[in-house]
Design a protein around this ligand. Structure first.
Ligand code: LMR
Length: 333
């Protein structure tokens, strides 16, 4: 009887020890992304990690995997849905393969003139409606993060639409971006971001588009002779989480993480423009890539060639979504 009591007490003690150890195990958030650390998204992710870990006093550990080190484009969405990672920040141009094509409204050429117009849309009904569409895919949208406005690069000077004829241009997995390149007479090639440098180096593709922060940190200036400051489209991100994971968090932790995300979003969006300005300066300084500033006439010719992409994609991204974005930004086609 006595021995039985001692055994039971020992077992109970072991159980409560195991329970305590489990309670002390931090909740791990794997946050995977495809860009370098020294970019708006790279820095935003690190800042979120810092705030989340500090504010939860170590109950949450955020492991950030930059530069496609864990998953690359074409893999990461599925990894999120399967729970192999908990958080991603894909570009808004990468939601088509998931079946949420309306995100491609952000890819329409010239639809945003500046960050303020863009923020009206992301913080308004369109931004919210797009996040709602993710829920049936097992995903929750937490925030929109900026990168910036894209420029075109190649090994020949790009000024007018005719200069793009026949060029193989790497794009993200967005039909709108495919139509954009076709409207210029170029041949679009969808490719993972991690493969772009090598594809440019070996001539698998001739050129690409990206904001200067991505161009510089992926060392594209080493393999592209010209960068045309076209500012023809916007590149930004949705920070997304696995819904089951997020809904399953203790409520106090989730609230703390939401606060950390809010502050990390402000930080990422505050630094985005300067990160791109600095990267452009660094490209200039490298002396490897010649920067081309378009004349107002050249800019007008580019816009004229590209604007048809809006109408062509009404059925894909939604006529009403486009109309709402026009209303919010004051855009006149
Ligand atoms: C690209 O694939 O060109 C970019 O979307 C990469 C990124 O996440 O900024």
């Amino acid at each position: 009887m006595k021995a039985g009591f001692v055994l039971a007490a020992a077992a109970a003690a072991m159980l409560s020890f195991a329970g305590l150890a489990a309670a002390q195990q931090p909740i791990v958030i794997k946050f995977s992304h495809v860009v370098a650390l020294d970019t708006p998204k790279g820095k935003g992710a690190e800042y979120f990690k810092k705030l989340a870990e500090e504010r939860t006093k170590g109950r949450v550990k955020v492991e950030v995997y930059p530069n496609s080190t864990l998953f690359k484009d074409g893999e990461e969405m599925e990894a999120l849905q399967l729970g192999s990672v908990q958080m991603l920040a894909p570009s808004l141009a990468k939601f088509g393969p998931l079946g949420v094509r309306e995100f491609e409204v952000f890819d329409l050429p010239y639809i945003f003139d500046n960050y303020d117009e863009l923020h009206k849309v992301t913080s308004g009904p369109v931004g919210q409606a797009l996040f709602k569409k993710l829920e049936s895919k097992g995903i929750i949208g937490l925030a929109y993060w900026d990168n910036g406005f894209k420029d075109m690069s190649a090994n020949k000077p790009l000024k007018l639409p005719a200069d793009y004829k026949g060029l193989k241009m790497r794009i993200q997995s967005s039909k709108v971006l495919g139509d954009e390149m076709k409207a210029l007479g170029a041949i679009p090639q969808v490719m993972a971001f991690s493969e772009v440098y090598q594809a440019l180096q070996t001539g698998v593709v001739d050129g690409t588009e990206n904001p200067p922060s991505n161009f510089y940190t992926q060392k594209m200036h080493e393999v592209q002779k010209y960068l045309a400051l076209t500012d023809h489209g916007y590149l930004g991100y949705a920070v997304i989480v696995n819904k089951k994971f997020w809904d399953g968090l203790p409520a106090d932790i989730r609230t703390t993480l939401e606060g950390a995300m809010k502050d990390a979003t402000k930080y990422a969006n505050d630094i985005a423009k300067k990160e791109n300005d600095d990267a452009l300066e660094a490209v200039k300084k490298s002396g490897r890539t010649q920067i081309i500033t378009l004349t107002p006439e050249e800019k007008a010719a580019m816009k004229k060639a590209l604007i048809a992409v809006h109408k062509e994609n009404e059925s894909r991204v939604g006529k009403e979504t486009i109309a709402e974005v026009y209303r919010e930004t004051g855009f006149k086609p």
